[in-house]
Design a protein. Sequence first.
Length: 430
Amino acid sequence: MADRYLSFTGTAPGRFLTRRLGLPQPAALERGSLTGGLLHLTAGKTDLDLAPVLARTGRPRDEDGRPAAVVLDATGVRDVDSLAEVHAALHPVVRSVAASGRVVVLGAPLDPADHHQAAVQQALEGFTRSLGKEIGRGRTVNLVRLTDAPAAESTLRFLLSPASAYVTGQVIGVGATTQGAAPDDWDLPLAGRTALVTGAARGIGAAVAETLAGQGAQVVVLDVPQAEREAREAAERLGGTALALDITAADAGERIAAALPGGLDVLIHNAGITRDRRLVNMPADRWGSVLDVNLASVLRTTDALLAAGAVNRGGRIVATASIAGLAGNAGQTNYGASKAGIVGLVRSLAPRALAEHGVTVNAVAPGFIETKMTAAVPLFIREAGRRMNSLAQGGLPVDVAETTAWLAHPASGAVNGQVVRVCGQSLLGA
């Protein structure tokens, strides 16, 4: 369903009226290309050699125009005095960042042996999230904690590109070493890789499958037998294959492994259902079905595929959480529990999966995404969902898909155990 309010505020009468009434004024997000250069700033004394990585993003150095992207290296901020340099660096330039532009602040991991460093580096999170809520005009602000610039290249490319249009106010940790090499072709990073997407016949799953295929992956479209026709049509359109399978079956993992003798490089857990009702009115079957599809099936199939060695070394597992699992949502105790469970899975399994299998495990947590499901939500609830975020609009399935593709990237091996919200910095749980 079209966002008519967003369209209206893009007109002269709409801008005038909403400004006079103090209503949200969302800016149409740029998902195609960003026009403008990159401004590289520093705060504190840094040893990070960013120049080669930033040069490879393809964005020219900004000289005197309106930058489309600003990268502030604050990894060297270790005390309150050097924290003031963050203000000094960004204060003069924030207003000049182009509409739909990007601000990326780089921080260091918190040092447990230096509480002054830990305090000011933690301060960067509050700074980044606050700036994301006030910067406006479709611009995004994110914080990346890193120690090694090359290991963060895929993350910086993503956050500085139009692909991250609905990702803002996030804190992303990047490890010191990368597991996996940079691709030969950054436009087709998944060439030669096999990716399986569950629940891929429609909605967000279909968008994820399409995005992965567009980046070169051989996609397996998995959905329930009732959606087999749609799954086959999607697979044919993408040059992939379809697999009709109930993901809640006890032997689903074994059947997936048998269907893919060459193994998987990318496993996307997207399948999910809702059965909303307040707890006092929720029968056991509505509770159990949501937990089985959204959480138990993910646990069973992941365990089975890893045990069978069906996820190849250098592989990526990306599960779908939700802001409902992070912040809760009335009428969704079952759904919120299942999606919070995904977060627990990621945080526990990620270090072991990397150490034992050479596989990373991450999650995306969508907020209000414009789908057929949200189009059926009552008008006022739908409008609240759209406006209650820093970008004052709903996201698109492609926003979730692009974020998933970044986590599935072969050069994203240093990104592990992360839960990235694709929610426009929703006020829920913020």
